[in-house]
Ligand binder design. Structure first.
Ligand SMILES: [Cu+2]
Length: 125
């Protein structure tokens, strides 16, 4: 008797799953910061994101540029540190804690930017 019930109800349950509206998977939001060719800058230089989101720095220049937190500044000056990002390559970092994260290129000091990370709490689901 039990096995008959199982046979009868299983296809129904499966059909129900299929017809239910698909709930979107939580996707990690990625923000892009570009390093334009020959410009010695980050674009955009100021970025506002939420906790848990990722920033990807994309090097479109023909020289390598590393990303590093500015010593003694911001919420955590150890937050960011990369090797030089080669031309055409990128580097990503996910920010878990709210705060201010100023950064620079430690080869070309004029290149500076900041990421403001806002707490995702209270955000509408
Ligand atoms: Cu640089």
């Amino acid at each position: 008797m039990l096995s008959i019930m199982w046979i009868l109800t299983t296809p129904l349950l499966m059909a129900q799953e299929i017809t239910q509206p698909a709930t979107p998977e939580p996707v990690t939001k990625v923000h892009e910061v570009h390093i334009p060719k020959g410009a010695d800058k980050f674009e955009p230089p100021v970025l506002k994101i939420k906790t848990g989101e990722t920033v990807t720095w994309i090097n479109e220049d023909d020289r390598g540029h590393p990303i590093a937190s500015i010593p003694g500044q911001g919420t955590n000056d150890k937050e960011l540190f990369s090797a030089p990002i080669a031309p055409g390559k990128s580097w990503s970092h996910t920010f878990k804690k709210a705060g201010e994260y100023p950064y620079f290129c430690y080869i070309h000091y004029v290149m500076m930017g900041v990421v403001f990370v806002e707490d995702a709490q209270g955000q509408a689901q």
